[in-house]
Every structure is written in C-alpha cells, then in structure tokens.
Design a protein around this ligand. Structure first.
Ligand SMILES: C[S@@+](CC[C@H](N)C(=O)[O-])C[C@H]1O[C@@H](n2cnc3c(N)ncnc32)[C@H](O)[C@@H]1O
Length: 290
C-alpha cells in the first residue's frame, strides 16, 4: 500500500481555479495488487499500473507509435514549431516523448506532467522538466503559457464528460496561435470512459474554438506478422490486458485465476483473425484573438 489519498478536488471548469501552480503535487497515492502498483486516486478513472513494467510497456508503445506515424509530431507541427517553443506533454507517462522532443529541439523547453511519477528523475536533458499533477484538478500553469501542447493515449484517463473540460484547459494554457496535438486509439471501457473518443477529437477541438490544421488516421492490423509495429503493439495490448486483471478479472471470468488464460486466448484471436486498432491524430491551433 502506498501513501495517503490526495484531496479529491474535482476540477469545476473554472479556469481561475486552475491557473496557479498550486495543483502540482509532490506524491501520488498508490495501491499494490498481485505485485503490480496502481494509483489509488479516487478522482481518476485511470486503471493501468504505474510501475517499472508499465514504464517498459509505455516506452515500447512510444517507439511503435513513432514508427507508425513516422515521427513524434504531425508534419504540420514540425513545419510550424518555433525554435524556442515552450512545450507541454500531458500524461507524459515514462517520459519518452518528452525526452526525445527535448533532444530534437535543443532550444525548446519541454515539460511533462503526469499524476504518476514514472518519469526519469536523474538523467535528462537540461531543457526538460517533469512535474506531478492530476489534470482533472486543472492544468497547473497560467493562461497563455505554452506554444505547443501534446496529449497522447489518455483514453482510459478521462470519463466522457471530463474531455471537454481538459480540452478547455489546454486552450487556456496555450498562447494565441499555439498548437495542440492529440492522439487516441479505439478501446473498450469499464469506468465510464469514452471508447469512441478518437473519432470525436476533431469535434472536441472545434467545440473548444480550435481551428483544425491537420488530421492523420492510421489503422494497424494486429495480425500482420510481417510488420514489426504490429508485433510490438500486439505485445503491448497483451501486457496492458494482463495489467487490468484487478479491474477485469472478476468481470470476464467466473474465476479470476482463469483471467490470464482468457487474455492469452483473446490475444491469439486478435492475431489469427486480424483485429484492427485505429488511431486518430489531430493538430489544432488556438486562434489569435486579442
Ligand atoms: C496510456 S499512458 C500514456 C503515456 C504517454 N502519453 C504516452 O503516450 O506514452 C496514460 C498516462 O496518463 C496518466 N494519467 C492518467 N490520468 C491522468 C490525469 N488525470 N492527470 C495526469 N496524468 C494522468 C497516467 O498516469 C499514464 O502515465
């Protein structure tokens, strides 16, 4: 068992309440189940672990996604990012995206925030900063701070009604003309998250007054054994499914002991019957209004 639960301050959509750094925490509560470490913040629906094994999974997923899309950012972002851009990655996980962006853009300042401290603490480029924050309490920076905000694979992190609040917060912390890049996949859900969020990203962005600058939608065949990205993502999916045992064990089997076997059969079927995963990526721009 980990620390004491943090105060559940539900983000109320009031940008004033979120515009200070007071929401940055120094620790997050955890719970250990069957040797895996999960967060235990009542405020959040997020159910994947936050231990070293999960860091490995996130690192492998990062490189698979980079290979699938050909880059860490959409081409529109590459063409429009300023030299000394202030960049924020929300839900940065193990920090791979942040570290690579900092190396590729040595004059930029890259900040990663996450509710779990899975990011590197010692070795990192000088232009990188990581902070602990649960964005459901608001994004802990003042208005108009960043030139570029990135958020990837938070599908399991937010309930359906929380998405517009988070997008409004991204809008608030972006400078006028600032860019946002979102990427999500399809998924099945357990805690009132939205399995269709990927296909709704464009609408969420336009509803929050962003202009859409670029869309990139990719489909990956889990059964394509010639494609190393498919193999990597299938391994990743299997690892994530096993990690969800405490949440799903009693729901998908009568005996939780059978859960691992059911997952392995499911993964074999994804491979054999060529299940697809679809990923949506968008770049939006905050209008330059006075
Ligand atoms: C599936 S991982 C994706 C990590 C990273 N974005 C990537 O693409 O490699 C989701 C991350 O979001 C974090 N997260 C979930 N809910 C969050 C919240 N409310 N505030 C901040 N981070 C959150 C989790 O701790 C986890 O590291």
């Amino acid at each position: 068992m980990g620390g004491k639960p943090s105060k559940a301050v539900r983000y109320d959509g009031n940008p004033e309440a979120a515009s200070t750094a007071s929401q940055i925490s120094s620790t997050t509560p955890t719970v250990t189940i069957d040797g895996r470490v999960y967060h235990s913040d009542e405020l959040s629906s997020y159910c994947l672990p936050r231990d070293e094994e999960e860091q490995d999974r996130l690192n492998s997923q990062h490189f698979a996604l980079k290979a699938l899309f050909g880059s860490n950012t959409l081409s529109y972002v590459q063409e429009n990012l300023t030299l000394e851009a202030k960049i924020l990655d929300i839900g940065c996980g193990s920090g791979s995206w942040v570290m690579e962006m900092a190396i590729d853009h040595p004059h930029a300042h890259v900040t990663g925030i996450d509710m779990a401290d899975m990011f590197p603490t010692m070795i990192r480029p000088e232009n990188v900063k990581f902070e602990l924050a649960n964005v459901l309490n608001g994004i802990p920076y003042p208005d108009n701070t960043f030139d570029f905000v990135h958020m990837r694979l938070l599908i399991a992190a937010f309930r359906e009604h929380e998405w517009p609040l988070v997008i409004a917060e991204i809008f608030r912390v972006l400078k006028p003309n600032g860019l946002v890049q979102l990427m999500e996949s399809d998924f099945t859900v357990q805690r009132r998250q939205d399995p269709y969020i990927g296909s709704k990203l464009a609408k969420l962005l336009t509803n929050a007054s962003f202009n859409i600058e670029m869309e990139d939608v990719r489909v990956l065949d889990y059964g394509d054994d010639e494609n190393p990205v498919s193999r990597e993502m299938l391994w990743n999916w299997k690892n994530a499914m096993h990690s969800l045992k405490p949440l799903l064990g009693h729901r998908v089997t009568q005996h939780p002991d059978q859960y691992d076997m059911v997952v392995d059969r499911f993964i074999q079927d994804c491979d054999r019957y060529h299940w697809y995963v679809k990923l949506w990526a968008y770049c939006g721009r905050k209008p330059n209004v006075a």
